[in-house]
Unconditional design. Structure first.
Length: 605
């Protein structure tokens, strides 16, 4: 594994910002008085100007494009920590040399070097054997931790992680064979579409097997004469959580109110009933799927490939109920749209997704929550408006360009300004899973066995209190509008979403867990350990070590008194240049641990 400092950058597609077109204006050529003498049957041409008259004004040379660059290593690190899962000295060097946009575009253009599906297959997690992985959720945990803590584009994965908390599917509630493969397919979909188009993404999400099981789209049937009605779960949540929200919004994310001063609801119960009919008639696609007899048993276990295939309305491809039609052929009315009776399932879904995609609420609803996940819990309405405007039109007439949206979030002046850096209302709490992923990437963590055996980190008593792709409900780990009561945050009318998972138990649990992980001891550190290769080289210099940790972990945001306390702790652990590695590691562990449990690190600005 390449150490995090390595200056080699394998990203492809690193391009400079394009040069803006300059619109030059050419002056009219002055003609000598009486220069056109009419000759009988003349050709109507214009006589050349007399010798010595001025020629045309040359087109001015356009000024070079303005390339925004960080003015300090701290600014570079801060930008990278908004946009990625970690930052390295090589990132900082490139940012300062090439500028924000060139670095960002190169990272966004880079694909992940291994998909989640490739990881599962390479580790044998999709074999039918005595380990019975088809019934296990643990390969899903291994997959996501391997994805977050190593390799690929940290920027792409950071965007995918943010979207996994918007389009929520939880491994806790996927009751199907090969559930780990299903959640892996979902994660890979988020990565694939991270910088694609929102419209394509919501269609793939609706037809994803994991989502189909999680919110009951799979096997959802039309009404019958026995009282059955279509399940409304997914129809409600795709409106409430995945696209338009509960109330109408202005483009800047503020709430629209009616003449009575109350918020205007985006949909009614009738809309839920109508849209629920659109999500009927789909099931797993079993076409060409093989089966293996369970070792030591008689169960026929389907190949894991079906967990990756989009659900289908073609019942000839189903495992059961072949030839049946469970799609509702009734007229469907919702959100001001009417889908005529008899419209097939594929066309119905197209109209449904187009209707949601083009709703005016989508741009501010999605944009604000992505800003909250990546930059600050309380973005200004102007910040939201600028990003939502890009969602509506990327500058080339395209709506829903996610690459343009994420670029707008990270490049916005509000995200980069030194003013907001010193604003106590700006910023967000780093989620525990983001902290652990950053630790792993920054300090070269590796899995001894290759299986990234961290497992489910949801327990707040002795683990992180949060585990990726394991939200306790469709409402995510925390709500975007959560307000901790009887606090300064509440008094100022602000929100603090991540505070919903912060309490006395989770704080103590995180401190104890990180102490063990940083030092590489205990049950959870038995497989995943950090190398600290670059830190070992400077461990003898307490000041240099602290500077490095402050830069790479916080973007130089440790307060003076925090730095002073950590420096004293480092100096209390003497380590000379010629000392053995275990002596140096004790000092390194102290520094990393103290930074990562400090308030200045926990709050990211």
């Amino acid at each position: 594994m390449q150490p995090p400092d390595t200056a080699v950058d394998n990203d492809s597609g690193d391009t400079k910002p394009g040069t803006a077109h300059a619109l030059g204006r050419v002056s009219a050529i002055a003609l000598a008085a009486g220069s056109v003498a009419a000759c009988g049957g003349g050709d109507g041409g214009t006589a050349p100007p007399p010798i010595g008259s001025p020629g045309p004004t040359p087109t001015p040379t356009p000024p070079p494009p303005v390339v925004l660059k960080p003015e300090s290593d701290a600014q570079a690190a801060r930008f990278a920590l908004h946009a990625s899962l970690s930052v390295s000295p090589a990132d900082i060097e490139t940012l300062r040399e090439d500028g924000y946009l060139a670095w960002l575009d190169a990272k966004m253009a880079r694909d992940n070097d291994q998909s989640g599906a490739q990881f599962l297959k390479a580790r044998g997690f999709e074999k039918v054997d005595t380990r019975r992985w088809y019934n296990s959720a643990s390969p899903g945990d291994a997959m996501i931790w391997s994805q977050l803590m190593q390799g690929g584009s940290g920027v792409r994965k950071r965007a995918a992680l943010a979207m996994s908390e918007f389009f929520v599917v939880s491994l806790n509630s996927i009751n199907m064979a090969w559930r780990s493969s299903a959640i892996t397919a979902y994660w890979d979909t988020l990565n694939e579409h991270a910088f694609g188009n929102f419209r394509d993404l919501i269609e793939d999400i609706s037809l994803n097997p994991a989502m189909g099981v999680f919110l009951n789209t799979r096997g959802n049937r039309k009404a019958d004469d026995k009282g059955r009605v279509p399940d409304e779960n997914y129809g409600r949540e795709i409106m409430q959580l995945f696209s338009i929200g509960l109330v109408e919004l202005n483009r800047d994310g503020t709430v629209k109110t009616g003449s009575d001063g109350k918020p205007i609801e985006t949909y009614t119960n009738n809309d839920v009933t109508g849209i629920a009919k659109a999500f009927t008639g789909y099931d797993f696609d079993f076409k060409d799927i093989g089966f293996t007899t369970e070792v030591g048993g008689t169960r026929q276990v389907e190949d894991a490939e079906y967990a990756y295939a989009s659900m289908t309305a073609d019942s000839s491809r189903w495992r059961y109920n072949k030839g049946r039609d469970f799609h509702s052929g009734e007229e469907k009315k919702f959100l001001g749209v009417t889908i005529p009776a008899g419209t097939g399932p594929v066309e119905t879904l197209r109209i449904t997704h187009d209707t949601l995609f083009n709703h005016p609420n989508v741009a501010p609803f999605f944009s604000k929550q992505m800003i909250q996940r990546l930059v600050t819990s309380n973005p200004s309405p102007a910040y939201v408006d600028r990003v939502a405007a890009v969602f509506e039109n990327n500058g080339s007439g395209t709506r829903g360009d996610l690459g343009a949206v994420f670029r707008a979030i990270w490049m916005d002046e509000e995200a980069r300004s030194e003013t907001t850096l010193n604003d106590p209302t700006f910023g967000k709490i780093r989620e525990p899973i983001v902290r652990l992923a950053q630790w792993g990437r920054t300090f070269g963590a590796a899995s001894a066995g290759g299986n990234w055996e961290l497992g489910d980190m949801s327990n707040a008593v002795d683990r992180l209190g949060q585990s990726p792709l394991r939200s306790p409900s469709v409402f995510n780990f925390f709500r975007p509008g959560y307000v901790p009561q009887k606090t300064e945050t509440s008094a100022r009318g602000l929100v603090a979403p991540e505070m919903q998972i912060v309490n006395e138990t989770s704080v103590a649990g995180y401190v104890n867990f990180m102490e063990r992980m940083v030092e590489g001891r205990g049950y959870f550190a038995r497989d995943v350990k950090a190398a600290y290769t670059q830190e070992l080289a400077i461990a003898h210099d307490a000041q240099a070590l602290l500077d490095r940790l402050d830069l790479l972990l916080t973007g130089m945001q440790l307060a003076d008194d925090t730095r002073s306390a950590i420096l004293s702790a480092l100096e209390a652990r003497p380590a000379a240049q010629g000392d053995a590695d275990d002596v140096k590691l004790r000092r390194i562990h102290t520094g990393v641990f103290l930074v990562m449990i400090s308030n200045d690190y926990t709050v990211q600005r």
